[in-house]
Design a protein around this ligand. Structure first.
Ligand code: SF4
Ligand code: SF4
Length: 306
């Protein structure tokens, strides 16, 4: 029996998150809650529901068709509410919406189903040097699913990459490492108190896992990534501390500095979740170049972007 996983979505022909053209499989569920998260609909393992208020006409077909009377309109708060104890995840509400305004994020699929989707683009991988990337959410929360899928891909000559926040049990990570060509490992802040403030967890376990990956002896390409978020982690001290950490890694391929962006804000609105960085703007290109230079002057290979 192939293993089933919780999937958010699959994006095809991506030129990010690895070499060449890639199929990116986003998995549901994450142990962190980063304030800048651009995929808030990935954080919970269960299905999330949202409404595009610019399309919604207030017809309430969704409410009327819900077979469990789990969905209602809260007149006072002027928003939809779902009683999760009644909702069976049937998605009738989303399917019934005449405006396609109601969205459901998350579904279950097994490794055979996902592999069939990935394999469809083999020709693009062959010509571009691309492959598959598992992202999220945190894919390694579902390590058995990931290991089985990635092993299938490797067996068929498809390059594999995984993005991780690093905050998973070491056993999860160790189970998947043999099947990864490139590991993108996020480091968000080197001060654990500030890390906790912005992500909800400290960084000790993450840094411990990073050191263990480096010493595990797998022939993978290790890339350390830091999102650079103004007002959160964009100090020279933090960039230097990142450089100092990376100098201790024997198998580091490069550091990637990812400029903060605001592309996920509309999803927060649809989820009816407040966005903590409402007034934060993307960092200046010159500042990102400065950060890269700091790392290069420390003798490290660094680039801006993924
Ligand atoms: S069915 Fe669609 S358009 Fe009608 S109230 Fe629900 S979300 Fe809005
Ligand atoms: S998924 Fe099904 S049970 Fe849940 S709110 Fe929508 S229609 Fe109701």
């Amino acid at each position: 029996m192939p293993i089933s996983g919780r999937i958010l979505r699959i994006e095809k022909l991506s030129s990010f998150d690895g070499d060449g053209l890639r199929t990116v499989v986003f998995l549901k569920g994450c142990p962190l809650a980063c304030q800048w998260c651009s995929t808030p609909e990935s954080q919970r393992s269960g299905t999330d529901f949202g409404v595009d208020r610019s399309k919604c006409t207030g017809c309430f077909t969704c409410v009327e068709t819900c077979p469990e009377t789990a969905l209602a309109w809260d007149m006072k708060a002027e928003q939809f509410i779902i009683d999760r104890s009644l909702c069976t995840d049937c998605r009738t509400c989303a399917a019934a919406c005449p405006q396609k305004a109601r969205q459901a994020w998350g579904y279950t699929a097994d490794t055979n189903e996902i592999f069939r989707e990935v394999e469809k683009d083999s020709l693009f991988y062959f010509h571009s040097g691309g492959g598959v990337t598992l992202s999220g959410g945190e894919p390694l929360l579902q390590h058995r699913f990931c290991a089985e899928l990635l092993e299938k891909c490797l067996t068929h000559g498809i390059n594999t990459a995984v993005e991780t926040c690093g905050h998973v049990p070491w056993e999860n990570m160790a189970a998947v490492l043999p099947f990864i060509d490139t590991l993108f490992f996020d480091v968000k802040h080197l001060d654990t108190t500030i890390h906790r403030q912005f992500t909800s967890v400290g960084n000790e376990h993450i840094l411990d896992n990073l050191a263990r990956v480096d010493g595990a002896g797998h022939a993978l390409s290790l890339v350390v990534r830091m999102p650079v978020v103004p007002g959160c982690n964009d100090t020279e001290d933090n960039i230097r501390a990142l450089g100092t950490l990376c100098k201790t890694l024997e198998n580091l391929h490069e550091i990637q500095l990812l400029p903060y962006h605001r592309l996920g804000i509309e999803t927060y609105r649809r989820l009816n979740v407040s966005y903590a960085l409402e007034h934060t703007q993307a960092p200046e290109e010159t500042f990102m170049a400065h950060c890269r230079t700091i790392l290069e002057q420390m003798g490290l290979q660094a680039k801006v972007g993924g």
